[in-house]
Design a binder for this molecule. Structure first.
Ligand code: 3H9
Length: 687
């Protein structure tokens, strides 16, 4: 029983039985843990010497939830509900000693104990919604009984954990301690036993469920409809809390079990669970240990104080890293610094950070108009406009002034980084760090490995991205890397569809309904139609060129594919329809209607096909990396997993069949399926 390799160990400390969970890395409730806890609990309850039980976890955290890797496979008993029933029915007092994060099934386990003692830096949450699920082991019924339905709704629909301090205020934690968790928990439970008091169970608490205002459910629905459009799980979580208020505990648990089973069997949760692991996988680089041989980064330089450079600098300051921005003139520098200050002020107004935090962050940002100010930086990120000659000249200068070992990074979104690295004497220290706009908000960081980038530089940048709260994906050099290369083919098809007669509103609506935050043309308007526009070489049959010539550059000129009002709301523009029709005539395109499903196929299939080519060329290491790029960088709905996961769910043979059909009806080589994709499909495999 007390084998050190067991995921749950039993230890008797006088009259208290300790159940010690030891299942690294996060003490998830895998089958061995459930079995070990159930057996050892029975042992403690059967022992007349035992007066109380302490549930304690080794390692970095309390139980962080059910074992997500077991989902989708048949459950091996005891299942979590059976274990929690046993805890709930125990006739001896049980206390959970909590450090780290008590999440999901971990918090549900703690809720089945009579008491919870926690370290003051612990966190508590029910993040199942982020996996497309709901807490399925009584959490939806127990949490509202302790902290009230309103707060439970927030925790369950956002999945965001609360601090131990807040949990204590809400009654979720009985005692907070700041060190020596186990000793303090033993003192706590022995006192309870000595007092001989009744040890109540959460399931019996009713007070917080009385007089609940029905509007709280409407409010919860209202706030999730916008923020989590298209996701099923928030609504299901809300229904469970409604059940907690309107049904008995046992009926509520039944409702919870039914809704949980429905979500678990559905495609959304499957995609979100897949994505959970995809994101973690992306942080790993085959053959490189990202935790070792890293270069220290204590100070960062950013060249360019525009929207991108400023956003990048904010990332550094937010992570407590001093950063120097270099601009070409004092005016440009001041403009950049002012924009950063305004961004911070707006964050303070929204209550996301305090004024003093803003001051601390802002103080970490310095400005200069001389590149030599970057001589002591460990990492220098260039964020000037996309022009190869300018970037090459800049990198040659940086090479001469940066200290030995400093990493030189470019934020280019498309240019050939090998050519840029080649102008330096340290190509091994050159890398791409492609941030996404707005850079202080978007989570994705494409880390572009050049031909000669050294492993320790890659390791440093992968680890550094975590420090600045970004999700890194390592990619190779090609035009547009992974994200923009795939986007280009979608945008190309969207424009083609418009030429052929589909309205831009219809194309955008179809993409929006699929789950993107905006359609292809709204996105182009947001980015600016003049990105990469060559005004000297305009093609009169090219829609974008024509709109740019008309000064319709997108949202910034309140006119692009759409007209925009002062609040950036788009309305269709007749002029644009005329321009498109004219371009179609000049190109000799036959105009016809396209159904919604045609539009969707023609926008998404090229993305999948391009993704397959990218994998074949080794530009991305894993299909799941492409999905991480798409969900975090381009608004692909997480509940559809990303383009490659989506292709798997449609079926690769179906994808190939559709591509071939488009190739034969249009006669366009564009639609030819990648041999890599065909090969997988023929072998019945998935990405
Ligand atoms: C649930 O509980 C359902 C119940 O209501 C009902 C059931 C009937 N399972 O994130 P990290 C792995 S649903 C399996 O890098 P951090 C992870 O893949 C669950 N594996 O560490 C990674 O593996 P690897 C509700 C898990 O320190 C390693 O642990 N709970 C699980 O940045 C380290 O993870 C959640 O949703 C798991 N539950 O963050 C919590 N969790 O090293 C999910 C982690 O091979 N977990 N792994 O790549 C988290 O939010 C974070 O992992 C945590 C630590 C905050 C705990």
């Amino acid at each position: 029983m007390n084998d050190v390799n067991e995921p749950v160990r039993y230890q008797l400390l006088d009259d208290v039985a300790l159940l010690i969970v030891d299942n690294p890395p996060v003490n998830a409730l895998s089958h061995g843990v459930r079995r070990g806890l159930k057996e050892n609990l029975a042992r403690a309850l059967a022992d007349p010497e035992v007066a109380a039980v302490v549930l304690y976890c080794e390692g970095r955290t309390f139980i962080a939830g059910a074992d997500i890797s077991e989902f989708g496979h048949p459950v091996v008993e005891p299942d979590l509900r059976q274990l929690l029933d046993a805890l709930d029915m125990a006739d001896k007092p049980i206390v959970a000693a909590i450090h780290g994060t008590a999440l999901g099934g971990g918090l549900e386990t703690a809720l089945c104990c009579h008491y919870r003692v926690a370290l003051d830096i612990a966190k508590f949450g029910l993040p199942e919604v982020q996996l497309g699920l709901l807490p399925g082991a009584g959490g939806t019924q127990r949490l509202p009984r302790i902290i009230g339905p309103e707060k439970a709704l927030v925790m369950m629909t956002t999945g965001v954990p609360i601090s131990a301090g807040e949990a204590h205020k809400l009654g979720l934690v009985d005692q907070l301690v700041n060190d020596d968790l186990l000793s303090n928990t033993l003192i706590f439970i022995r006192e309870k036993v000595a007092r001989g008091q009744h040890h109540s169970r959460v399931r019996d608490k009713q007070e917080k469920l009385l007089d609940v205002a029905p509007e709280i459910f409407q409010q919860a629905r209202h706030s999730t409809t916008h923020k989590m459009r298209g996701f099923l799980a928030p609504e299901y979580n809300i229904r469970c809390v409604e059940a907690a208020v309107t049904q008995s505990f046992d009926q509520g648990c039944q409702t919870e079990a039914e809704l949980f089973a429905e979500l678990m069997a559905g495609p959304q949760s499957e995609a979100q669970r897949y994505f959970f692991f995809a994101e973690r996988q992306a942080a790993k680089v085959p053959n490189i240990d990202v935790n070792r041989s890293k270069r220290p980064i204590a100070k960062v330089g950013v060249i360019g104080g525009g929207l991108m450079g400023g956003g990048i600098a904010m990332n550094m300051a937010n992570a407590g890293i001093p950063v120097t921005i270099v601009e070409t003139s004092s005016e440009a520098l001041q403009r950049g610094l002012n924009t950063i200050r305004k961004n911070y002020e707006s964050t303070v107004r929204k209550g996301r950070i305090s004024d003093s935090v803003m001051q601390q962050r802002y103080a970490l940002i310095t400005g200069a108009i001389d590149l030599n100010a970057l001589a002591d930086c460990d990492l220098i990120i260039e964020a000037v406009f996309e022009n190869m000659a300018v970037k090459k000249e800049l990198f040659a200068r940086l090479d001469g002034l940066a200290k030995a070992g400093a990493i030189l990074a470019s934020n280019t979104s498309a240019l050939n980084l090998n050519d840029i690295a080649a102008v330096t004497q340290r190509p091994e220290s050159v890398i791409g760090l492609h941030f996404f706009s707005p850079a202080h908000i978007m989570k994705l960081l494409e880390i572009v490995r050049c031909e000669k980038t050294a492993d320790d530089v890659i390791a440093t940048c992968m680890a550094f991205s975590k420090r600045i709260a970004k999700v890194p994906v390592l990619v190779g050099v090609c035009p547009g890397f992974v994200g923009n290369r795939i986007l280009a083919v979608r945008q190309q098809q969207a424009a083609r569809l418009a030429l052929e007669g589909a309205s831009i509103e219809a194309i955008d609506r179809v993409l929006y309904d699929f789950g993107f935050p905006m359609g292809a043309f709204q996105m182009a308007d947001l980015a600016g139609l003049d990105i990469g526009w060559d005004s000297d070489n305009c093609d009169p049959s090219d829609i974008r060129d024509r709109l740019c010539e008309l000064g319709r550059l997108g949202q910034k000129t309140q006119a692009g594919f759409y007209d925009y009002d002062d609040r950036r709301r788009p309305t269709p523009a007749t002029l644009v329809s005329e321009v498109i029709a004219d371009c179609a005539v000049l190109k000799g395109v036959h105009r016809r209607d396209a159904s919604d499903s045609d539009i969707l196929d023609r926008c998404l299939l090229p993305m999948i096909n391009e993704g397959a080519k990218i994998l074949d060329e080794g530009i991305a290491g894993r299909a799941s990396d492409i999905d991480v790029v798409y969900v975090y960088g381009y608004g692909w709905p997480r509940y559809r997993g990303g383009p490659m996961h989506y292709a798997n769910s449609v079926g690769l043979s179906k994808v190939v069949e559709k591509l071939r059909k488009l190739q034969s009806t249009t006669g366009d080589i564009f639609w030819e399926p990648s041999p890599f994709l065909v090969n997988l499909a023929e072998r019945g495999q998935r990405f």
